[in-house]
Design a protein around this ligand. Sequence first.
Ligand code: BES
Ligand code: MN
Ligand code: ZN
Length: 495
Amino acid sequence: MTTARLRDVPALSAQADALVIGITGNDSSLVPAPGAQEVLEALGTDFTQTLQDLGASAKLGETCKVPTAGAARAPVVVVVGLGADEEISAESLRRASGAAARALAGKDVVAFALPATSDEQIRAISEGALLGAYAFDRYLTKKHAPIGELVVLTPRAGDRTAKQTVERAGLVAAAVNFARDLVNTAPNDLYPESMATQLAARAKGTKVKVSVTDERGLAEQGYGGILGVGKGSARPPRLVKLAYAPRKAAAHLAFVGKGITFDSGGLNIKPASGMGTMKCDMSGAAAVAAAVFAVAELGLPVRVTAYACLAENMPSGNATRPGDVLTMYGGKTVEVLNTDAEGRLVLADGIATANGDQPDLIVDVATLTGACVVALGNKISGVLSNDEDLLEELPQIAERAGELMWPLPIPAEMNDKLRTTKVADLSQHNPDKWGGALFAAAFLREFVGDGIAWAHLDIAGPAFNEGSPEGYTPKGGTGAAVRTLIQLAAERSGG
Ligand code: BES
Ligand code: MN
Ligand code: ZN
């Protein structure tokens, strides 16, 4: 596994296989970022001009490799773009470090000579580099050699706070990468039972207690949503509870994750074009689980209980039909109108279960609707909530963690739409095609206990990158929402 650490040595004498420096500015004038000047000077008089001649760009995340030919201890310098502004944001550092780490896959030791004096900068470089160094090679016969060590050059290498910052960044990045691994694992290997087993194995030696409810337990306790969705599959569903309860806890957070290990749509089967990436439909469950492990390993004084609602949505002679009525955990009845709107059914059971713990706050995370992707694109998650303050606060928490989230409303008309069915308490699916992300949230809100603050994160867009790698975001599973959940827990613990 790749690790990150701090060192206080001049960039030119850093013992590494590659040295990363930054540039800002634009095509007509490149400006060395703090840390770059001495390296560029060693490479030659007016090396900024040489970079320009080489076509190096300050565009965020663009990289250009140059040999040092003895001018530095490292044989290669990677010049990475930090964007046009001389004012360099934490997120620019995170993305540029990630891009540099990707460009240097296969090197053993990579040193970063980027502006790294504040804790925010040290955190951003460490997280970005560790996230960018991620590679998923489980199914490749020829494995990738991962970067061994990422060295962040900083005058604060001896400072306790700075050391804690890089350690925390390591735990956060490992959590994101754990979620990515789960998402990227092929759905013939990752199904409800095997995912539950993996989560239980991950808990060994940690302060997280994992308990798994199998299909018999689910039936005994009335989990109509999870069972209804899982019925069509040969692989039975599971509910996994992950609990971290430190002695001194400032608050109790409940996380609920959608864990559809494959979403074929069920009898309302998806077209081929929409099914190809549907192993990603357990990203919410992966995120909540990864976050709990990280919160425990960070030792944050906050209690966290997560529920991973795991089922495979398949068509078969035993599958749930449109028109079926399910009795959900807690007793509410739901008329199923579209078996492809399965996420809300498993989440409703999870949320209703979380109510029983009387948490201060419930956050559910789900690749829930294509409608949310239409609204916000594939880089921004939707936030919907029953609490005005939370609706405003969560996108800000996300931003501090380096993630993009945006508030969406739950309009009052959704309450009527939820009740167009004549045969059950609630309709599962909206009568018209508009506002699908909002209707889904209105449905989930029905299962939140009285007086409990709740937020729903629709990560259908950002959870899975079908395009090219970018910054610290690889192709495939991205680990969306993991950093936001950890940041939320940290802020609610007063840390
Ligand atoms: N898992 C999908 C949503 C999704 C779409 C996730 C694209 C990631 C990328 C979800 O279960 C689904 O099928 N939603 C339907 C809901 C509809 C039937 C109301 C959708 O969005 O089309
Ligand atoms: Mn679906
Ligand atoms: Zn789904």
